[in-house]
Design a protein around this ligand. Sequence first.
Ligand code: ADP
Ligand code: MG
Length: 291
Amino acid sequence: ATPTAIMVGTGLGAKRGVLFKNAMALEASARIQTVVMDKTGTLTKGEPEVTDVITDGADEPELLRLVAAVERESEHPLAQAIVRHAAERGLDVTRAERFQNVPGHGAIAEVGGRRVVVGNRRLAEREGVDLGPLADRRDELAATGRTAVIAAIDGRAAGLIGIADAPRETSQPAVAALHDLGVQVVMLTGDNRATAERIAERLGIDTVIAEVLPGDKAAEIAELQRDGRKVAMVGDGVNDAPALAQADLGIAIGAGTDVAIETADVVLMRSDPLDVPTALRIGRGTLRKMR
Ligand code: ADP
Ligand code: MG
């Protein structure tokens, strides 16, 4: 691109809080055919809230106390939502021992001599926990786009905690605008398939890659690039950094982690998904001026 075209493109972006780190980022934006968006914190607000506490006979406050004791040791956003909910209900949360974080799955610890496992279905399966009658309740939560956190106590499924994370107001219009540009939109998430598909459907996204382990996000991007497709990745988390680096264009949400912002080629200062199609349009405009 000519220096003038690059200056104009960079300036146009800056005015809208779309920061292109260099000329290559601007040129790559023009050629993107697929945009992959992380679900939590990118398409959604990343402010999960507990909406349901379902027990299988166990005492509800007691279940929450045990789960919150484990989650107090975790930094996961879902864990923080559970701890906040327990605090709002005025529950007295004790200390957990032998805490173990299981990335992409959940957490395990001992509370008052009991072994408490908190996480997704994969973790429950790994621990040999049978959901029993809670399986249907779990499916119901997922069907409404909520994440069901499974709690098992001493090897028995004891309850479910339903958590909702609302989509950002502009996620759906952003997907529509990308489709208008002829760009394929893909949702990438560690969350379970049914939950992810429900949210994707609401946003007009047709391709969902779900239940991806944190270390596997970059490989999923590489797979999409296989036949030479130019792929952009939009993310906010530490987990997203390798995928941002693998993509032809890494786009970080401004409210994201430092690692994501450092790795990205473009930073969206307003954390607005609508700025993704804006970035691609600025790139295309810049490229047209060079020809
Ligand atoms: P994402 O950030 O895309 O949701 P993660 O890889 O962090 O993906 O987690 C994948 C899934 O594992 C979560 O959706 C959740 O079901 C489960 N999980 C991970 N950590 C925890 C935790 N501390 N408590 C409860 N569930 C968890
Ligand atoms: Mg995220």
